[in-house]
Design a protein around this ligand. Structure first.
Ligand code: ZN
Length: 405
């Protein structure tokens, strides 16, 4: 089955297959083709060009809109039970962290709720969030466990992610985040041992990556190294949380273990930039969490000026970023982090794909990649996407070459 998209004003985000990410000055360029067509064969991009259109079985008229790759969100926590709306009100009313926890807020209470929620119900709630982000234009995403905080709860969460992968044609990667916090009733050293010795062998085969919350008050670089060593024995590359609350040493330990990405990075300096320059690890920043919590934003411009790549992701989770809207993430990248629209575009497409080791199938207009695409309304420009940041700009979303209804 061949589907032709015709009357494309601008086909943006074109890359050759060997380009897996954009770094430094490359991030300021978005390769495009004007007055173009694009041909889809089955579920992948076949070819594109200008002039006479090739034969096809079906035609989609872009009517002068742009065509771009769907967003690639490399950091989400959408498998959780219930919501933390009560905690939102408590925060507005100025309650302390301890008071919020006593009233049922915080990660340990999320883990209690996950424990009492059966797997089918947890799947149904997570599928609702997945469909929400696909409708917002995401075509590839990473999903973490991390609200189980027990062997049973973590493996239940990973099984739910496996079912999500099988349910939709988005590109989905799975990350085992048993070390999101210390599970209720454990001392930290016992819990790290549980993650390494009991959970990790079960996570193998279900997860693509292993993650650790390496930050002040959570897991130290030494704890993190022990967990990443265990992950390596079970074939899981790291993607870790680092430098959100303090200069934690998380970036360095991530680089030492050849992490696919190190994420958050609100608190970094020259030492973190230098460590990353020696690596193939993608720095990922999460401006939605900075926005929601009123924290500093990552210094993306400094990273790019140093020649590094940067990806932006949503961090969709109930406590610190209850939104998976990647267009809003792109807008925050421009408005709060002073990225140009071109830099922000590359950060939420090809670099996002790279940050979850999915750049071979997602993140650009490249023959052979999955046809997960957005067709904008006529007259929309790249700059207009983050500028008119609440105006609907997308006319059609394609997942695996099919129109998402
Ligand atoms: Zn996170």
């Amino acid at each position: 089955m061949k589907t032709l998209i015709k009357n494309i004003s601008s086909l943006i985000g074109i890359l050759p297959p060997d380009v897996k990410c954009k770094r430094g000055e490359e991030m300021s360029l978005v390769e495009s083709l004007e007055n173009a067509w694009l041909l889809i064969e089955g579920d992948h991009i076949d070819s594109f060009g200008t002039g006479g259109c090739p034969p096809s079985d079906k035609v989609i008229d872009a009517a002068g809109g742009m065509v771009m790759p769907s967003f690639c969100d490399s950091h989400t926590h959408i498998v959780y039970a219930g919501s933390r709306e009560g905690e939102f009100l408590d925060k507005i009313n100025g309650l302390s962290y301890e008071e919020i926890a006593r009233r049922g807020g915080g990660i340990l209470n999320s883990s209690d709720l996950l424990k009492s929620t059966d797997e089918d119900e947890l799947f149904a709630q997570a599928l609702g969030r997945l469909d929400e982000v696909l409708a917002k234009g995401t075509g590839a995403l990473e999903i973490k466990s991390g609200y189980g905080l027990s062997t049973e709860g973590e493996i239940k969460s990973l099984r739910v992610i496996k079912r999500l992968k099988e349910s939709r044609s988005a590109v989905i990667k799975s990350t085992f985040l048993g070390a999101h916090a210390v599970g209720r009733g454990y001392c930290k050293s016992d819990y790290v041992r549980l993650v390494c010795e009991e959970m990790m062998p079960l996570a193998e085969g279900l997860a693509d990556f292993v993650d650790v919350f390496c930050d002040e008050g959570f897991f130290t670089p030494e704890d993190t190294a022990a967990i990443l060593e265990s992950g390596a024995r079970h074939g899981l590359r790291p993607k870790i949380h680092a430098n959100e609350l303090a200069v934690s040493g998380g970036v360095q330990v991530g680089v030492r273990f050849d992490a696919v990405s190190v994420d958050h990075l609100e608190r970094t300096g020259q030492a973190e930039i230098e460590a990353l320059l020696e690596s193939r690890t993608m720095p990922v920043m999460l401006p939605g969490a900075s926005f929601f919590l009123g924290m500093p934003y990552g210094k993306a411009k400094d990273f790019i000026a140093a020649g590094l790549p940067v990806a932006l992701a949503s961090d969709y989770n109930p406590g610190s970023s209850p939104s998976g809207d990647m267009r809003f993430v792109m807008a925050l990248g421009c408005i709060k982090m002073r990225l140009t629209p071109a830099q922000a575009f590359n950060a939420v497409t090809i670099n996002g794909a790279c940050a979850m080791d999915a750049a071979d199938v997602a993140g650009s207009i490249t023959p052979g990649k999955k046809a997960n695409l957005l067709i904008t309304r006529p007259g929309v420009t790249l700059t207009g996407i983050p500028y008119n940041y609440t105006t609907p700009v997308v006319a059609l979303k394609l997942l695996g070459g099919r129109i998402l209804q």
